[in-house]
Ligand binder design. Sequence first.
Ligand code: NCD
Ligand code: ZN
Length: 340
Amino acid sequence: MTAQTLTIRRPDDWHVHLRDGEMLTRVAPYTARQFGRAIIMPNLTPPVMTVEAAQTYRERILAAVGEGFTPLMTCYLTDGADPDEMERGFAEKVWVAAKLYPAHATTNSAHGVTDIRNVYPVLERMQRIGMVLCVHGEVTDSSVDIFDREAVFIDRVLTGVVADFPELKIVLEHITTSEAAAFVGSAGPNIAATVTPQHLIINRNAIFAGGLRPHAYCLPVAKREQHRLAVRQAATSGSAKFFLGTDSAPHERAAKESSCGCAGIFNAPFALESYATVFDEEGALDRFEAFASENGPRFYGLPLNDSFVTLERINHVVPDTVAGLVPFHAGETLGWRLAA
Ligand code: NCD
Ligand code: ZN
C-alpha cells in the first residue's frame, strides 16, 4: 500500500525573499509555517549591505513571524564590499552568507557586482573564515541569449572563482540547466546548489501557454524540458549537494500583470507540497527528507532541526489568490498537503 502520510524533520528554505514593510507581514507567515529557518535574500531597496541593516531587518522579520522561525541573514555584495566588515558580521553571527548578484541580473540588483575581480579580497576572506557565498548565476551581457545566461555564467565566471578559491563554500542558487546540475555534481564537496519547486515542475512552455503567463516568469527563467528533467534528476538523486531553496519572490499582482512584469514566483504557501509531489512522481519520497531538511544544514555547518512536520496524501485545490497575491499552482490540484 502506498504511504498516506510522510513525516520528516522540519525543513529549511535556503533561499527566500521575504521583502519588507507591509509585504513582509503579509508573506512571512507562509514561510514560517513550513520552515524552521530560511536564508533571507538581501535585495531590498536599498539592499542589506551592513551588519546593522541585517540586524534591524532580522528584527522586523522576527516581529512579523513570532516564535519558532529563525531567519538566517545574508550580506548583499557590492564592488566596494569590505572584507573586515564581512568578517565582523559573520563573527557576530548576524549573517551566515553573502549574496553575489551580478549587477542588473534581477530584481533590485542595480548595486550588484560589476566584475567578479572587484570582490576577490572579500572572497579570499570568506574562504578563510568558512563563510558561504550564495550566487545568482547568470551573466548580464545583453548579447547573451536569456536562456543561455546560466550556462555562460558557469563558463565565464564560476569556473574561475572555483579555481581561484578552491576551498570557498559556494551555493549556486536556483539552478535551471543540465549544465548547472552537471557542474555542481562533479565539483568538490564545497560546491552545492539549491533547487526551486518551479524549476522542477515547469519548463519554458509554461510562460507562453495559450498567451503570456506572467506568474510563470521568474529569474533564472525556466528552460527547455531536457533541462527540467536534468534538474529533477539531480534533486531527487540522493546527492547531498542539492537542497531546497524556494526562491519564493512575491510581487504585487499589478506589478506582475503589467506591460513589463516583474520576475518572481510566489511559491511559499505550498512549497513543501510542490516538492513532495515531485519526489513522489520520481519514486523518491525516501530521499525527500535529506533534500529538504538535512543537506542544507550540513552544508552550512548548522544543526538539524529537532522538530518534525507531516505531509498527508490528499487532493486539494490551490486558491487563485493567497494574501492578495497569485501563488504558484493557483487553481491547480495538489496531491499532498502539510498537516496543521
Ligand atoms: C527575485 C525577486 O523578485 O527578488 N526574482 C526572481 O525571479 N527570482 C530575484 C532573484 O532571486 O532573482
Ligand atoms: Zn531569489
